[in-house]
Design a protein around this ligand. Structure first.
Ligand code: ZN
Length: 186
């Protein structure tokens, strides 16, 4: 397993619509393992394959759901079957470091896909897990959370985003090995 570098805002792969996975094989399982390791190393709770430079429809999440429980899933070719409600909440993204903004998402959803063994899975999720899956599914369509903000808000963030696109990481941004603190980005 290995930690892969997370692609940052401005990298064209983050704007690609990822392709369907056609074969759940050992190569894909290696990618899943690397994505989990990368997510953990960066202190993230979700990661889409685009974020490590692979435009395939695959995401992983590792979200605390109760005090001592976490929801850990790999979802291949995910499809939303039902969505309900609407809720605003704060999000950060490993590919857009330094920015945390409120985003409105469905409150609850049913999503289907395959796990890394190729088995069909159906998840009925709510709360932050539902938010994380929607955020990662956006990545698979080349959409970033900042795209979902109001035009005014985006204009306000323009300089920060342009700086990221030029390769200037925000003050205090550390490589994964030096990170401490809660993390929680997607
Ligand atoms: Zn993200």
């Amino acid at each position: 397993m290995s930690v892969r570098p997370v692609r940052i805002y401005g990298d064209p792969v983050l704007r690609e619509r990822a392709r369907e996975v056609t074969s759940v094989d050992d190569t894909l399982r290696q990618l899943v393992a690397d994505m989990r390791e990368t997510m953990a190393a960066y202190g993230g709770v979700g990661l889409a394959a685009n974020q490590v430079g692979v435009a395939q429809r695959l995401l992983v999440v590792d979200v605390p759901v109760e005090e001592h429980a976490r929801a850990r899933h790999a979802l291949i070719n995910p499809v939303v079957r039902r969505r309900a409600g609407s809720v605003s909440g704060e999000e950060g993204c490993l590919s857009v470091p330094g920015l945390w903004e409120d985003v409105t998402r469905a409150e609850r959803l049913v999503v289907t896909g395959l796990d890394e063994e190729g088995r069909e899975v159906e998840l009925d999720v709510e709360g932050y897990l539902a938010r994380a899956i929607q955020h990662e599914m956006d990545h698979l369509d080349g959409v970033l959370f900042v795209d979902r903000l109001s035009p005014l808000k985006r204009q306000f963030l323009r300089r920060s985003l342009d700086a990221l696109a030029r390769g200037e990481l925000p003050e205090g941004h550390r490589p994964p090995a030096e990170r401490t603190g809660p993390g929680g980005q997607l």
